[in-house]
Design a protein around this ligand. Structure first.
Ligand SMILES: Nc1ncnc2c1ncn2[C@@H]1O[C@H](COP(=O)(O)OP(=O)(O)OP(=O)(O)O)[C@@H](O)[C@H]1O
Ligand SMILES: [Mg+2]
Length: 352
């Protein structure tokens, strides 16, 4: 028997603060899975967020407030994620033990694994419970983030009257969105191509095996176009997105794109090769690309050719529904790859 007016499970609002833009996604739990209630993004001024560090909390806070207002989101519980130099994620193997013991063990031993002073970080861990087949060891994911980087975000959210209940790592949020939407038994690489970084996360046997942040990204294209054609940043961005005509610059633009994409591909390939060298029996079957940089025309085919694996664009809403009266299905499909992290955050229930 079902109660007809059972309360719907409240989910948090996912907020992905990138160096180029902030993305917001709100979902609702429904019987068949999730429904997309609301989503949108807003550009951030250059330098406001850099390498995961919040440099301009006032401006970023104001932009987030306006975006939420525009999207008519009134809920206050949010989740955000971080990445960059201040975040360390390590996978370690330990003898299987109960949670309390594990906690004590990790707190006393974490110094070995984390290259920061433990007093200066927030530390969290997850037992992947890989101690199947009677093996006595289990894999633990340890995540540490510097307080000096997290605290400014917490203060900014407080100042705009929001309550962060989840602080996540970009790569975990992406993985979360992937796990919900895709078949779980494949070995794949999630590749998020942002403005300032490319995050490669290799998922094998339902767990992240290898993750790497490469400090290159789509902003390099804007910077180079700006330099080559003596443009201001907005003009260069418009040229890059094809919003302004290339005219006689077309050939040169293509060359710039090609050179950068070759560099990115080489870096991505290094991680994939490293994975294959150590996991011969679990070859990758595909790459799933997300982030604004994955919009670059021809990139999917280019990576497919050069890396020799099928490449797919990430759609974090594959298994979700949305009301076409409030969210244009075309927009949802088109914005999907950029929304992957925000959607992964938005799946989290509000625990408190
Ligand atoms: N069609 C396109 N062609 C080329 N680049 C694009 C296109 N659409 C978006 N981009 C680029 O994608 C980048 C923004 O992507 P995204 O929103 O994933 O970055 P971000 O999350 O803000 O940055 P990061 O995660 O690196 O801090 C910008 O540099 C933007 O110019
Ligand atoms: Mg990003």
């Amino acid at each position: 028997m079902r109660l007809p007016f059972r309360a719907k499970e409240k989910l948090i609002v996912g907020i992905d603060i990138g160096s180029h833009s902030v993305k917001v996604c709100q979902l609702e739990r429904i019987e068949q899975g999730y429904s997309v209630l609301s989503l949108g993004s807003a550009l951030l001024p250059e330098g406001a967020v850099d390498d995961g560090t919040l440099h301009d909390p006032d401006q970023v806070g104001e932009i987030i407030s306006l975006l939420l207002k525009h999207l008519k989101i009134k809920d206050r519980k949010i989740g955000f994620s971080v990445s960059g130099y201040s975040v360390v994620v390590k996978k370690i193997n330990l003898p299987a033990m109960d949670e309390q013991l594990l906690k004590e063990h990790i707190l006393s031993e974490a110094e070995q694994y984390i290259p920061f002073d433990l007093n200066e970080v927030y530390l969290d861990f997850q037992d992947l419970q890989t101690n199947r087949d009677d093996m006595a060891k289990t894999s633990i994911i340890l995540a540490a983030a510097k307080k000096e980087v997290i605290d400014p975000y917490l203060e900014m959210f407080k100042a705009i009257n929001l309550l962060p209940v989840v602080v996540d790592v970009d790569g975990f949020a992406l993985e979360n969105a992937y796990e919900y939407n895709y078949l779980k038994n494949e070995n794949i690489a999630l590749i998020d191509i942002g403005a300032a970084k490319i995050n490669v996360n290799i998922i094998s046997r339902e767990a992240s095996i290898m993750a790497r942040d490469i400090v290159v990204g789509s902003r390099e294209l804007t910077d180079q176009l700006q330099y080559e054609f003596d443009l201001d940043p907005e003009e260069a961005e418009a040229l890059k997105l094809g919003a302004s005509a290339a005219n006689d610059r077309q050939e040169m633009i293509e060359e710039i794109f090609h050179t950068r994409c070759v560099q990115w591909m080489e870096e991505i390939k290094k991680t994939i090769n490293l994975y294959h060298a150590t996991n011969r029996r679990e070859p990758l079957t595909k790459l799933i690309i997300s982030g604004g940089g994955s919009n670059i025309r021809g990139l999917t085919q280019f990576l497919e050719q050069k890396i020799g694996l099928p490449v797919e664009r990430f759609n974090p809403f594959t298994k979700m529904i949305a009301n076409p009266k409030t969210i244009d299905p075309e927009y949802l499909k088109q914005i999907g790859p950029e929304m992957a992290i925000a959607a992964g955050l938005a799946i989290r229930p509000s625990a408190i």
